[in-house]
Design a protein. Structure first.
Length: 132
């Protein structure tokens, strides 16, 4: 099984489960609103992790770091599941999503980028001749 096939299988399994749990006639927009809430949970988990771990001994500190990492990983997994579920509800399969991502990466490589904003992320400088 190729990597694409494995990820497509994951997308198919997520869609099947979510359709059974929440109904199959949902739109990608409702799923993406849920994704927005989950992104806040990832941000909160990362803030806790980046603030540092305080403990009275090394063993407790390592345990807290491990728990933080596990929470962060699962929050990212929630976001990934929602993103590919929303795509599937818009009839976008993994192959199409990966291809579009590769194309978009090449577009982004050609763009000019501004300085980091107050939240720490960068936005491209508008160019009237841009493709997307």
């Amino acid at each position: 099984m190729t990597g694409y096939e494995k990820v497509q299988e994951v997308q198919d399994n997520i869609k099947k489960w979510s359709d059974e749990a929440f109904g199959k006639y949902r739109l990608g927009t409702s799923i993406l609103h849920h994704l927005k809430a989950e992104i806040d949970e990832v941000i909160d988990a990362l803030k806790i992790h980046h603030e540092g771990v305080y403990s009275n001994n090394l063993e407790d500190g390592i345990k807290k770091i491990s728990e933080n990492k596990k929470r962060i990983l699962y929050e990212f997994a929630d976001c990934f599941m929602l993103l590919i579920d929303a795509a599937s509800h818009e009839q976008i399969n993994i192959g199409e999503l990966i291809h579009a991502t590769e194309v978009k990466l090449e577009i982004n490589k050609k763009r000019k980028w501004g300085e980091a904003n107050e939240l720490g992320y960068f936005e491209h400088i508008e160019d009237n001749g841009e493709e997307i």
